[in-house]
Design a protein around this ligand. Structure first.
Ligand code: GDP
Length: 296
């Protein structure tokens, strides 16, 4: 369960605080010291933790809180609001084009869950009445094309691919013609991943971006890699420009450091979370619900 340790720690801290009745500045400082430790142990980015604690303290050591009838409750409310804000405030949706097809480019490192997430997103859009097409532009890993075709078949979603040897930019461009002639209103392009970020990969992604002008570039990152995921997001955003993130494998991430840090560090909102290997296991990311999970 995500935020397992963090939730336990914070709930313990606030239980102590509630036992105090009226709060002194020392009580708040002590509680915030514990919050700080708990966030760091959850692998939240150091600077994000520092700013977060500072903001909560500024709000909590005010007259209103000190004089409130239930001061601890008010501190918890502030923490809840600030956690929600940290994760982006409100739900961020995909940019749908008023002139179909909406073009979505999925990018990310190998193994992050890009191909699976492309399928999951296709299914979710199909359930909303859209007619997506999946595009197999991950040409370096031959199995990736087959993998996408298998997923497409399972979901009854068409998969556009071209003969081996065709370059990714040509495939991506040609898929738009396919979408026009087959009345597909969403094009989901599965691009190639690499083990590490490198110049060649970025150049190819930039070329595809320049040629197909996507409405949405979604970076898929593995939540279990914690701050590494945040660093990957930062570099992709700098080089390519991102519209949002898909945080996968949240079902296996008990700490939650990436989910809590990535928006604050990169400015990119998490739009979806992967909650399992099944193709139904993609959910929109709701910052307020996530915060409530932490605070119980
Ligand atoms: P790609 O190389 O980025 O295209 O990654 P894949 O889509 O092939 O996924 C790599 C592995 O991660 C596969 O075994 C997926 O089933 C698994 N995976 C993807 N998303 C999730 C998720 O949200 N939760 C879990 N538990 N596994 C996932």
């Amino acid at each position: 369960m995500i935020f397992e340790g963090l939730a336990d720690r914070l709930q313990e801290t606030f239980k102590k605080l509630r036992g105090h009745g009226k709060l002194t500045e020392d009580d708040v400082n002590e509680a915030m010291r514990e919050v700080r430790m708990a966030l760091l142990e959850a692998d939240v980015n150091f600077k994000v933790v520092k700013d977060f604690v500072k903001r909560v303290k500024e709000r909590a050591i005010g007259q209103d809180v000190m004089e409130a009838l239930t001061p601890a409750q008010l501190v918890i409310k502030i923490v809840n609001e600030e956690l929600t804000e940290l994760m982006g405030g409100s739900q961020s949706r995909i940019n749908m084009s008023p002139n179909p097809p909406t073009i979505i480019m999925m990018v990310g490192l190998q193994g992050a869950g890009k191909t699976t997430s492309a399928g999951k997103l296709g299914l979710s859009l199909k359930k909303q009445g859209k007619r997506p097409v999946l595009v197999a532009a991950d040409i370096y890993r031959p199995a990736a094309v087959t993998q996408l075709q298998v997923i497409g078949k399972q979901l009854d979603i068409p998969v556009f691919s071209m003969e081996p040897g065709t370059d990714a930019v040509t495939i991506a461009k040609s898929s738009l013609n396919y979408a026009f002639t087959h009345a597909n209103d969403v094009v989901i392009i599965d691009t190639a991943g690499r083990l590490h970020i490198n110049e060649e990969l970025m150049q190819e992604l930039k070329d595809i971006k320049g040629q197909v002008k996507p409405h949405e570039i979604l970076l898929v990152v593995d939540a279990m890699t914690g701050q590494d995921a945040v660093n990957v997001a930062e570099s992709f955003n700098k080089d390519l420009g991102l519209d949002g993130l898909v945080l996968t494998k949240l079902d296996g991430d008990s700490r939650g450091g990436a989910a809590l840090s990535v928006k604050a560090v990169t400015g990119c909102p998490v739009k979806f979370v992967g909650m399992g290997e099944k193709l139904e296991a993609l959910e929109p990311f709701y910052p307020d619900r996530m915060a409530s999970r932490i605070l119980g």
